[in-house]
Design a protein around this ligand. Structure first.
Ligand code: ZN
Length: 394
């Protein structure tokens, strides 16, 4: 969601711009841009048909204000060692910053800032503060473990629930749309307590959390890092683990392309199966699906099935089996090696407790299956019946 990813930066970019706007700091930044820039790839980005001879490029001139016909002789000459360009036809030349200004119609200051950001020049000088994203980055695991005592379950619950409440006051639309595109309806989203906040609300969410908790407590829960920033910066679609209606833990995913890792969570381990509360209201003997991840779980819930989710194929814990005892459990794990291995291992785990586990193998994950097939529900039901018959025949 490009809109979502850009709209939230305002605050920080503006501050950066102010901090860098003195002529002196701009000149310093310009010098650093020139130290880091690769002139060849910079100019080739604009001059696709340039020809290189020695340390020079010769190209048709792309500068918009020159309004070249594009059919004449290449009039632009670039000195790759000095990084200087010259258009013989219009008698205009200069350095890479000037070239950038002309190409994008921006001021010198803007050109320097945009190029420095592109080159990742942020730290190292007083006037250049690290970006908000950098300040929000989760602590390295080792550093986190040695500095903070984990929160007890009650405070963890309090932090989770407050976090969800604070975020729920923000605009949910982008989160709901993201899940809707994956075929998960808004009623399911609401029931599962899935909550979102847009990036533009990041600072407000952070402040509201600080209204209710000491920084240290938030750090102990992994919501804040050692720089006292909320770590849920890229990851703002929150999936709570509800146990008896209360959030005990949460994981969040990014809704933007290109962010790795895709997931972020509070400190500590996953406390239960995802959507475990669904078991309380399901009748004994009914079918319960065991799937991987939040999306697959909520996809099945959207289509009226009862499902619980594992975080990763191998995440099932022995302690979680007892509440499954009164159901017909059917695993629908991902069709990869990890999924197949896990299904086989869980079958043994179930058997040791005198329980049975059936298994469905789809060609794709559950979410894709439902998105790609108009009659997915019916097919899924038929596959389930076959799987249960096979288990009973064993
Ligand atoms: Zn020109």
């Amino acid at each position: 969601m490009p809109h979502d990813e850009h709209s939230g930066e305002g605050d920080d970019s503006r501050r950066e711009r102010r901090a860098n706007s003195s002529p002196e700091s701009l000149r310093r930044l310009r010098d650093r841009v020139k130290q880091h820039i690769d002139y060849r790839s910079f100019y080739l980005r604009y001059c696709h048909e340039a020809r290189q001879s020695g340390t020079r490029l010769q190209s048709l001139c792309p500068i918009p204000s020159h309004a070249h016909s594009g059919t004449g002789h290449p009039s632009l000459s670039i000195d790759l060692q000095q990084g200087l360009f010259n258009c013989f036809s219009r008698g205009e030349g200069g350095d890479a910053i000037t070239f950038y200004e002309l190409m994008h119609g921006v001021s010198f200051g803007q050109a320097v800032l945009e190029l420095s950001r592109e080159l990742g020049i942020t730290a190292g000088q007083k006037s250049e503060r690290p970006s908000l994203a950098q300040r929000a980055a989760p602590d390295a695991e080792a550093a986190e473990a040695e500095s903070f005592e984990p929160l007890d379950a009650e405070r963890m619950r309090a932090a989770c629930e407050r976090f969800l409440k604070v975020c729920r006051a923000e605009d949910q639309l982008e989160g709901i749309n993201y899940l809707a595109r994956r075929g998960i309806d808004s009623a399911t989203v609401r029931r599962a307590g899935v909550t979102y906040f847009p990036r533009r609300a990041y600072r407000r969410v952070m402040r509201r959390m600080l209204d209710h908790f000491a920084t240290e407590e938030l750090q102990r829960g992994g919501l804040f890092n050692r720089k006292a920033h909320l770590t849920f910066y890229h990851h703002r679609l929150l999936f709570p683990f509800l146990v008896e209606g209360r959030a005990r833990y949460l994981q969040a995913r990014t809704t933007a392309a290109g962010v790795e890792p895709r997931w972020h969570n509070m400190r500590g381990g996953v406390p239960s199966l995802y959507n475990v509360d669904a078991l309380a209201s399901a009748p004994s003997g009914s079918v319960v699906y065991l799937v991987e991840g939040f999306t697959d779980t909520l996809t099945l819930v959207t289509h009226g099935f009862t499902a619980v989710g594992l975080v990763g194929a191998g995440g099932l814990k022995e302690d979680w089996l007892a509440p499954l005892g009164r159901f017909s459990v059917v695993a629908a794990l991902d069709p990869d090696d990890a999924g197949r291995r896990a299904a086989a291992r869980y079958k043994e785990m179930f058997a040791r407790r005198g329980m049975k586990l059936s298994s469905i193998s789809l060609a794709t994950d559950v979410n894709d299956f439902f998105r790609q097939r108009p009659s997915a529900s019916l097919e899924f039901q038929l596959l389930t019946e076959t799987a249960l018959e096979m288990t009973n025949a064993e």
